[in-house]
Ligand binder design. Sequence first.
Ligand SMILES: [Zn+2]
Length: 429
Amino acid sequence: MKTEKSLLILFLFVASNGYAQIRFGDWFEKKSLRVDFALSGDSERQQAALQQMREEPAWGGPVKNLIDTFYYGGYYVNLYDKAGKQLIYSRGFNTLFEEWRSTEQAKRETQSWTNSVSVPFPKKETVLEITGRDRSDMQFHTLMTLDIDPSSIFIDRGKLNDNAVTQIQYKGDPASKVDLVFIAEGYTAREEKKFEADAGRFAESLFNTPPFDARRNDFNVWAVALASGESGTDVSGKGVFKNTALNAGYYTFGVSRYLTTPDMKSIRNAVWNVPCDAIFILVNTDMYGGGGMYNFYAMGTSDNARTPVVFVHEFGHSFAGLADEYFSSEVAYDEAFYNLEKEPWEPNITTLVDFGSKWQDLLPAHTPIPTPLNDEWKDKPGVYEGGGYLPKGIYRPMDHCMMRDYAPFCPACSRAILRMVDFLTDRAY
Ligand SMILES: [Zn+2]
């Protein structure tokens, strides 16, 4: 009897925190509210401030999985009812600004970067909150709250440029598919056909890679042929600067092969009328390089021989929140990038502080933790030291993986990818 009562209490607790009762149609219209905001600060502190809000015509995200319980990323956007009590939508994300905060430069100067989130468009007055994760406790703390009135005159409802949008692959209603959007960067108007062919080629390389191969039918793929004034991209370390639509460039944080753009506003402007769960920016150059941040964007180049596999690696970051499993290459971060006293949030690395929350259930019986890199174990899932840019103190799930050296995705990464596909296609995850 006592057990039954405990179970009932437990059930009520789960029901009230399980978020299953939030019905999309009660709270939202199938449009987006885009919120652009500045993140500013340095290595020690950061703050957020509103820049603009826009009503945009498409919503490609889930309509059932409205609460994101992965807890990935350095930030969360949360929507609450008017009283600020009931959570009705949430989603984690990362930013390039958060990476910049780990650089030497951020110890000496302050910067301000534009960021942007899109949430389903509320029907009623709601409260929007942006939280940031503090590396010292790994918890999310409030950076900004806004009262949202969906009829407000301060929400821009205007159209933006009608770029040429092509369906590379259409498998069904965007609410129940992952909508992957390629955006052209450094392609002139005359190179539109090249961009569409390049985007199709990269979609194929993704769908030929396990575990994405088994989930091809869960993806819609779109291509936005944004026209740039010049071909190519900035290579600032070599004095090359091009007039391009998204202002991308190499030498991010001084790293020659690190290709990104801080221009989030132009990226969101490019996809204003396209259902969008994941963005891949395709840069028209044959140089090696790329970058990807969780639920932000990934970037790669069109014509380098290694690009198809670099694309899949970067997409692993941006789509599934996967960490780099390598630890010996040139990186811009000092040791502060991961706090070794805490468990990192990424699903494919561990500090062993809370390994039970990671891939322990995927290990063969009697696997030693940490796992020695010898003939008996080296080809099996384990807990191998080295990962997340550090040779000591961080552990990876297999010796080799797409997130280390472009080998097939390890079991921990594969599971994280499949869970994200399930989340974005409104399945149980
Ligand atoms: Zn992996």
